[in-house]
Write a protein that binds this ligand. Structure first.
Ligand code: GLA
Length: 732
């Protein structure tokens, strides 16, 4: 790992893992030119790319200082591209001056290289010890509008990834407005590429989609105030023939939970530009003289051997540099959550009965979901009133928690802090505390409004209410929900010229509250949730080491959701529960074993009435808990190998392998039963060919070579939706 600077060429070369990233200062124009991002290369040689690409072209305006043989910045690859000054592709920044002009064009000023990785104030950001990371900071300035841009590039030992972010500083004497500030600009050469993105909807999040990067601009983003169920802030650009084990792939992930936008543009010369960051449609930020604005950070990672390795880099990166180190590799409780079984209709007796059965089965924690506060009998009231609903819980939360602890279980509680019901004491006292636009009716979503989290007094209020609950009772887990997107995003606190800031300020306020609570309760496990997986992003993972992956707990739909999610995010971050059948959302009936096997490759639990189990079910559940515990550390520390896709394979299989390859767990689900079926074997990957692996249950042995070359036989079974799970350990 290292960042080298070659002063004669004014060339920067970042080398990390097996990857090289190179850029330079244009010798005539002083702008930052991108050279190369891919498999390791002699860094100095990367400068030759500039010589090849810097060619004059028709219809390409030239900046001041051009000679007859120099090319246009509008065609060269850029690190931070201009707006309105001759580069007609998507721009990195657009700043509007007090006079109304928006041309933006920044030149190199200086740089510094140092050890470590600084945190971004107010934002979630990656971290590393000083010896583990190195950072290059390049200062650019648009001398006309006197705005400085500080580009930051960090690399981390052993990981083929670069973390980038940008800060804009107003060095002028009049206010300016930031209208666009991408966290990441990447220019790729004129080659065919595919784009892989993860689209979806509520109860079917992050489905894999692959399409050629064609001409024009493909936009992947969210304008919902939340990163959203619809398009995850993670996507991959890859060779058209790239697969799990071969081909080049570049993954991009934003460490942010609000509106985002990725633009992938193929231009007239076939080059491909990527801009990724805050969604300019939903964002404006006014900078007074001397003020600065920090854009969120983006992670980009490279693999020259397909998606397996790319996913591994993201999983390692998130576990080691984004997720709270206290939790990243720490076993999580197997929970029982009452939501799907009771919805809002529960009593204290019922909760205790659930908990008693859960304790008998061997679960670790009872999580009380929505409905315990205010006067919450359904979705129409009480959000914002975080005081116990004594009609439902007459003994109060501290007593309930003690009773649950006495059964041997820990206790977790649901909150939806960022929201308010119009029918609530909070709304009646402070109608101005929700996001709204005067004179315009506010749209309701799930009967609720969105709090103006950008107001410090709102964050303070929520902190006080939540700490009053969390201090009084023994609570070890908080489920942090948010059940509607943002509309009419106006803030009563902001002056007219700052209204464009409301949505980003909302995100910053949410982060501020999460940070305050995390500091106050360092041992608390927070699970993120946004109507299921509506905010499954690296920003939330910084505060909540696991996220409820989807409200859809149907084992088959979960194959698609967990498959798509796994491209960017580790399995251990995916909240996954066994629920009753027929499933609420899919209406499907799947075997309990399959539901367990699918859920067990995430942060595991149950979401049903444990009193509904038959004696046989009880035995299956006890067995599942034992299996989960036997393999949980493997899931937390190991690496994932995808062996098929539910989109193309009736047998969808995956495995998690220990770093030292001494152990692995294999799971497969045959989606539909086939009459008179073929004989199936799955060729495994990632094992030690010379090791002998023994099945932890039957003792049956196979060599790693056999499993990888001949394959693991999958038994024939009757009935749809059957799963097969085997745990192997190296013998001897
Ligand atoms: C959201 C969550 C569910 C549950 C309900 C409660 O839909 O995703 O898990 O907590 O809210 O209202």
């Amino acid at each position: 790992m290292g960042i080298a600077y070659y002063p004669e060429k004014r060339l920067f070369v970042l080398t990390s893992g097996n990857c090289t990233y190179a850029l330079m200062v244009h010798p005539l124009y002083e702008r930052l030119v991108h050279l190369y991002y891919g498999a390791s290369l002699d860094g100095e040689e990367a400068a030759k790319i500039f010589a090849c690409d810097d060619t004059p072209r028709a219809q390409s305006p030239l900046p001041e200082g051009a000679t007859p043989v120099s090319g246009s910045l509008g065609n060269l690859a850029q690190e931070f591209s201009s707006f309105g000054c001759g580069d007609f592709r998507a721009a990195s920044a657009r700043i509007r001056t007090a006079d109304g002009f928006d041309a933006t064009d920044a030149k190199y000023v200086s740089h510094r290289i140092y050890s470590g990785k600084p945190a971004l104030p107010g934002l979630p950001s990656s971290f590393a010890g000083n010896s583990e990371a190195q950072t290059l900071e390049i200062t650019l300035c648009d001398p006309v509008i006197q705005v400085e841009f500080i580009l930051s590039y960090s690399i981390f030992s052993g990981l083929p990834a670069v973390v980038r972010s940008v800060r804009a500083v107003n060095r002028g004497e009049r206010a300016v407005t930031v209208e666009r500030l991408a966290s990441l600009t990447l220019d790729f050469p004129a080659e065919p590429f595919d784009v892989i993105s993860f689209h979806g909807a509520w109860v079917r999040e992050r489905h894999f989609e692959r399409a050629a990067a064609g001409h024009g601009i493909r936009c992947l983003g969210s304008n919902r105030g939340l990163s959203g169920h619809q398009t995850n802030p993670f996507f991959i650009l890859c060779d058209p023939d790239a697969g799990e084990t071969h081909g080049r792939a570049w993954g991009q992930m934003l460490v942010y939970s609000g509106c985002h936008l990725a633009e992938i543009e193929r231009d007239q010369y076939e080059t491909v530009r990527v801009q990724f960051g805050l969604n300019p449609e939903r964002f404006r930020w006014r900078l007074e003289p001397g003020e600065s604005f920090q854009a969120p950070e983006a992670i980009t990672a490279f693999s020259d051997s397909g998606f397996d390795e790319l996913s591994r880099t993201f999983h390692d990166f998130l576990r080691d540099h984004v997720i709270d180190p206290k939790w990243a590799h720490r076993p999580r409780p197997a929970v029982i959550n009452n939501w799907e079984a009771t919805r809002f209709n529960f009593t204290e007796e019922q909760i205790l009965a659930f908990a008693k059965r859960a304790a008998e089965l061997g679960l670790d924690m009872f999580v009380l979901d929505d409905g315990w506060f205010g006067k919450r009998d359904d979705g129409t009231s009480s959000l914002g009133d975080w005081v116990v609903y004594d009609k439902k819980l007459p003994s109060g939360l501290p007593a309930l928690s003690e009773k649950i602890h006495a059964l041997g279980l820990k206790f977790g509680l649901w909150f939806e802090p960022e929201m308010v019901s119009p029918d609530s004491d909070l709304y009646r006292a402070h109608p101005d505390w929700c996001l709204h636009i005067p004179g315009r009716p506010s749209s309701l979503g799930r009967h609720q409004l969105v709090l103006d989290m950008g107001r410090p007094e709102v964050v303070e209020y929520l902190f006080r209410q939540m700490t009053a609950i969390l201090d009084a009772a023994r609570i070890e887990y908080v489920k942090w929900d948010a059940n509607r997107p943002i509309t009419e995003a106006g803030s009563a606190l902001l002056p007219p010229e700052r209204q464009g800031e409301a949505e980003h300020r909302f995100v910053l306020g949410t982060y501020a509250l999460l940070e305050k609570l995390r500091r106050r309760y360092p041992e608390m496990l927070f699970e993120g949730c946004t109507s299921g997986g509506g905010r499954f992003d690296a920003g939330m993972l910084y505060y909540t080491p696991q996220i409820w992956t989807s409200d859809d707990t149907d084992a088959i739909e979960r194959l698609y959701i967990q498959y798509g999610t796994s491209f960017g995010y580790p399995q251990s971050t995916m909240g996954a529960h066994v629920s009753a059948v027929p499933n609420h959302h899919a209406g499907r009936v799947t075997p309990l074993t399959t539901r367990g096997d699918v859920a067990m490759t995430g942060a595991f639990g149950y979401e049903l009435d444990p009193g509904s189990f038959s004696p046989e079910d009880d035995e299956v559940v006890k067995r599942q808990l034992a299996d989960f515990r036997a393999t949980q550390q493997l899931l937390l520390d190991g690496f994932l190998v995808r062996l098929g896709s539910p989109h193309t394979d009736n047998l969808c299989a995956w495995m998690t392998v220990a770093r030292d390859r001494g152990e692995f767990v294999f799971t497969a689900v045959r989606i539909m039963a086939l009459p008179n079926p073929k004989l199936e074997r799955v060729r495994l990957r990632g094992l030690d060919p010379d090791a002998v692996y023994a099945d932890a249950e039957s003792g049956e042995t196979f060599s790693g070579r056999f499993l990888m070359q001949a394959g693991l036989p999958i038994p024939v079974a009757k009935g749809d939706f059957k799963s097969f799970r085997r745990h192997f350990r190296r013998r001897g």
